[in-house]
Design a protein. Structure first.
Lengths: 116, 114
């Protein structure tokens, strides 16, 4: 089955710098790639996603890049702020056709610390 | 921001006891997912529903876990006989579509089995 590897387990950056978190996946049928933020003691908060029909998406300070050939996607957080500190999870999912497999497969998480 | 509601937020049970948690999906979302997040931040998919129908579930769910999403009532996940290894954060998510779409998560129910 699908495996998602999240390469950075921890990441420390200075406030104002950029942070980059990388994920790779194994199943070429995966077509939807969301990112979530989890703060201590809380659930997952959706931050941004990308679908396989594009290779770049931006929402304010967040940029997601997708390289289908390399089966790699990444989250770029620009102009980081202390409130960006959290654990970030990437995930992969298959399209809504009747594959019988609708779940997300998550990466292991990256603990981002933004140092003021 | 997600509008998925999960209750209770915390649950403490002894081994062998039943543990039940509930989830109200976002309005207009017919698909509900349950995941288990352990202390190592590893996620395990448990089961998902579209309306009242089970779409997919793993073996663990078929044995000690039961879940339902009755019409006009909260969805629920119940562990029939809790084990220490069930201690985890149980996350409910809802979505407009079965797959390949955004899942919105609730705050989770943190289960501690003593």
């Amino acid at each position: 089955g699908e495996k998602v590897e999240q390469h950075e387990s921890t990441l420390s950056v200075r406030e104002g710098d950029s942070a980059v978190i990388n994920c790779t996946y194994t199943d070429t049928a995966s077509s939807y790639f969301p990112w979530y933020k989890q703060e201590a003691g809380k659930g997952l908060h959706f931050v941004i996603d990308i679908r396989s029909n594009v290779d770049r998406k931006q929402s304010q300070r967040l940029i997601v890049l997708l390289d289908k050939k390399a089966k790699r996607f990444s989250l770029h957080i620009t102009a980081t702020q202390p409130e960006d500190s959290a654990i970030y999870f990437c995930a992969a999912s298959k399209p809504p056709v009747n594959t019988g497999n609708y779940k997300y497969v998550f990466g292991a998480g990256t603990r981002l610390k933004v140092i003021a | 921001n997600s509008k998925v509601i999960q209750t209770p937020r915390y649950l403490v049970k002894g081994q062998g006891q039943k543990a039940k948690m509930r989830c109200i999906p976002e309005k207009g979302h017919p698909v509900v997912f349950w995941y288990q997040q352990n202390k190592n931040n590893e996620f395990k998919f448990l089961i998902n529903f579209q309306n009242q129908e089970v779409l997919q579930q793993i073996d663990m769910t078929e044995k000690r876990f039961s879940a339902e999403c009755p019409s006009n009532s909260p969805c629920s996940l119940e562990i029939q006989s809790s084990e220490a290894g069930d201690s985890a954060l149980y996350l409910c998510a809802s979505s407009q579509h079965r797959g390949g779409d955004t899942q919105y998560f609730g705050p989770g129910t943190r289960l501690l089995v003593l």
